[in-house]
Design a protein around this ligand. Structure first.
Ligand SMILES: *[C@@H]1O[C@H](CO)[C@@H](O)[C@H](O)[C@H]1NC(C)=O
Ligand SMILES: *[C@@H]1O[C@H](CO)[C@@H](O)[C@H](O)[C@H]1NC(C)=O
Ligand SMILES: [Zn+2]
Length: 456
């Protein structure tokens, strides 16, 4: 929505008036990239695009290099030996995502006040997520995969034998699957078989299939604890990671760690907690530099979704002429063009470069351009934070979700300011009313300026 000139003037005037009034607030900082880098993600074997006969899920697979990943996915296809109901998708149209939150054992002894705050915040965040994101729902319960590299000590390698690529020996030290210190209950996990002889169908069940989680598209483990990271990062309320992806690359499980002492802090804010959970959840669902390379381009023929064809996106992020890394996907470009009112065809969504090694993408928007977006690295005053169209466009461009853009909240920061808004050159020219006023700092510092935002 465009502001009328008089409204624009009003916002600008408000900005100039209030720019000098800096209100110190505790900003919620996000350490997602650091946390995700430490997570060992289990990936299901890839599904061939457009081949409905291929079971989308073939068991656990982890791998860093493309080569070993290919080998392991073949391995896993053979290992899985039993039909997995979990990830076969219904051919119907996308439906609101069903996110199941599950509090870990270690988080079960919360005080009532803590539990109530947590529940209220998570419930509201999940409601927001499922109101904006839809997925092709899986048939049957969600069953997570086990990591073959953990439970198996030895794999049959002779391709002329019946059990080629199947696990021959169990790792007797195998205990359980974990993700970010969370132990995944056996009940959520698929089982695994061992084939002691190379050529015999005889198998031993090392672990049986769990029951899985019915009516679940994404499983969110909630871990409430005062962890080491909580202690060293006092501005962190929660942090997250994704744990597993399905055959199409979509994350199906993640962990959000909520720093326990923040729940009872005097400064606790329900709104801030809700926004923090939404923010971390969006990372786990795909807004992540660890997943950009797996985003898929899908034909958006919603009425014939069965026939939707998806292919890997060649390049999601790239550096622009000034060295800023941007997301160049169609919906993101379209949404940013609309927001800044620009027809610049190369208007990719700029990613944060502060505290990010050069040449490396961040999992947050550049705050000079998109301050107030739910996906900037620090969330300020909750009254200014928006689940904005550019963020939803990015989730749409993952290829895993259909988003309802009419539910996005309008971002006033930068609205209608043109393609150069937020670039350092305009800052030096002091041509923007939104920032670079005051002391000419290009970035919001650790204080929040109450400027440029109105209620949508
Ligand atoms: C592979 O298995 C076949 C059939 O059991 C056997 O004849 C062959 O010698 C094996 N090859 C190797 C390299 O062990
Ligand atoms: C999108 O959201 C709007 C507003 O809440 C709603 O009226 C509409 O039915 C939704 N569209 C879809 C496809 O769900
Ligand atoms: Zn973040």
């Amino acid at each position: 929505m465009l502001l009328l000139p008089s409204q624009r003037l009003w916002v600008a005037t408000l900005a100039l008036t209030l720019a000098v009034v800096e209100i110190p607030v505790v900003l919620q900082k996000c350490i997602f990239d650091e946390v995700q880098a430490q997570t060992r993600v289990i990936r299901a074997a890839p599904v061939q695009p457009g081949d409905p006969s291929v079971k989308p899920e073939a068991g656990a697979q982890t791998g860093q290099s493309g080569k070993s990943r290919d080998r392991r996915s073949t391995l896993q296809r053979a290992l899985s030996g039993r039909p997995r109901r979990s990830l076969r998708e219904t051919p119907s149209s996308p439906q609101p995502i069903r996110i199941h939150s599950w509090r870990t054992q270690e988080s079960s002894n919360l005080l009532q006040a803590e539990r109530e705050r947590l529940q209220a915040a998570v419930q509201e965040a999940l409601t927001v997520a499922s109101s904006v994101l839809s997925v092709n729902r899986a048939l049957g319960p969600l069953l997570l995969s086990r990591d073959v590299n953990k439970y198996c000590k030895f794999v049959w390698r002779n391709s002329s034998t019946a059990n080629y690529n199947r696990c021959g020996r169990a790792n007797h030290n195998y205990q359980s699957e974990t993700c970010l210190d969370v132990t995944i209950p056996d009940d959520h996990l698929a089982g695994c078989l061992i084939y002691p002889e190379a050529d015999s169908p005889r198998s031993i069940e090392l672990r049986p299939d769990g029951a899985g989680l019915p009516r679940t598209d994404f499983l969110l483990y909630l871990h409430v604890k005062t962890t080491h990271k909580c202690k060293v990062e006092p501005s962190v309320l929660a942090y997250a990671t994704h744990c597993q992806t399905d055959g199409r690359g979509r994350p199906v499980a993640g962990v959000v760690v909520v720093c326990r002492d923040r729940l009872t802090a005097a400064a606790y804010s329900h709104q801030t907690a809700v926004q923090t959970v939404i923010h971390e959840l969006f990372h786990a669902l795909g807004f992540s530099r660890h997943l950009f390379h797996t985003w898929r381009a899908c034909s958006s023929n919603a009425t014939h979704f069965k026939a939707a064809q998806c292919s890997p996106r060649c390049k999601v992020t790239q550096s622009d002429a000034t060295g800023q890394t941007r997301i160049y996907t169609p919906s993101v470009i379209w949404a940013l063009q609309r927001h800044l009112v620009s027809s610049e065809p190369e208007l990719g969504g700029p990613l944060e470069n502060q505290d990010v090694p050069s040449g490396r993408a961040s999992s947050h928007w550049e705050s000079r351009t998109l301050q107030g977006s739910i996906m900037t690295a620090t969330l300020g005053d909750p009254a200014t934070v928006r689940v904005d169209a550019i963020t939803l466009a990015a989730l749409q461009d993952t290829g895993w979700y259909t988003v309802n853009l009419t539910r996005s909240q309008s971002l006033v920061w930068g609205q209608g300011e043109g393609s150069l808004f937020g670039s350092l050159s305009t800052c030096l020219n002091k041509s923007s009313a939104f920032f670079c006023t005051g002391r000419g700092s290009a970035k919001p510092t650790n204080t929040l300026r109450v400027v440029g935002f109105t209620e949508s």
